[in-house]
Design a protein around this ligand. Structure first.
Ligand SMILES: [Zn+2]
Length: 239
């Protein structure tokens, strides 16, 4: 068998292995991706809770100021009550006092409602933090395990790439150019095995005199049908 074609055959096999390894390297398994999604959704939930907490705290601050203001007013009206000189004034101050008491009671209710909500947020945040930590550690673990399998792939990939480059140097430039041109148009397969007078790539019958040429000549012969370079192996024919 033509040594250059044999090298080309090995080269083509390496190309396929490199492509396969590159595909594996770019792949992240579904279980790892779903753990990542789970962890990210926990993080998003925490961020949402933090925003709600900030909103509630800001409202609480405003309400506390309003309460302070209303308390001052209430004290003032109580003092005013001592200074009234007639029943008309008395009734007017009593009316103010009633109004401010209603306001104070409403504010106190709002403030305690806020406190209940803030406590609720705190409880949810604590639960979420724990769940986020758990899903993060699950994700980290799965990712580390996956990276470990990838490191084996990466090692093999580096090795295959260097083998590929070394092999490339062994193949005559003209043959390589011809192979590359065909491979580019034919799914990366530029070389096809001739098995029992059939091109193994396109399954088209090869005439016996051509088979003999492939077998004995050192010339490069292409398949009439798919144009791939044909090569022949004795051991394949006997099995
Ligand atoms: Zn063919």
């Amino acid at each position: 068998m033509n040594e250059a074609l044999k090298s080309l055959r090995d080269y083509q096999q390496i190309l396929h292995r490199v492509a396969e390894l590159e595909r594996l390297m770019s792949f992240v398994p579904e279980d790892v991706r779903s753990l990542e999604t789970e962890w990210q959704s926990m993080e998003a939930r925490m961020a949402e809770l933090k925003t709600r907490q900030e909103e509630q705290l800001a409202t609480q601050k405003t309400q506390m100021l309003a309460l302070e203001e209303a308390t001052d007013k209430s004290k003032k009206f109580e003092r005013d009550l001592n200074d009234v000189t007639n029943s008309k004034e008395y009734n007017a101050v009593i009316k103010e006092i009633d109004a401010i008491r209603k306001r104070l009671s409403g504010l106190n209710e709002d403030i305690s409602q806020r406190m209940v909500e803030l406590e609720d947020i705190e409880t949810n945040t604590a639960e979420c933090e724990q769940l986020a930590a758990e899903s993060k550690s699950k994700y980290d673990e799965a990712l580390a395990a996956f990276r470990a399998t990838q490191s084996e792939i990466q090692t093999e990939l580096n090795q295959r790439i260097s083998e590929r480059d070394q092999m490339k140097a062994e193949i005559p430039a003209a043959l390589m150019k011809q192979f590359q041109r065909i491979a580019d148009r034919r799914n990366g397969i530029g070389l096809a095995l001739c098995v029992k007078s059939v091109c193994s790539a396109c399954n088209v019958h090869i005439r016996q005199n051509v088979v003999e040429k492939i077998r004995h000549n050192n010339k490069v012969i292409q398949c009439d049908s798919c144009q791939r370079i044909l090569y022949f192996e004795e051991e394949v024919l006997t099995t």
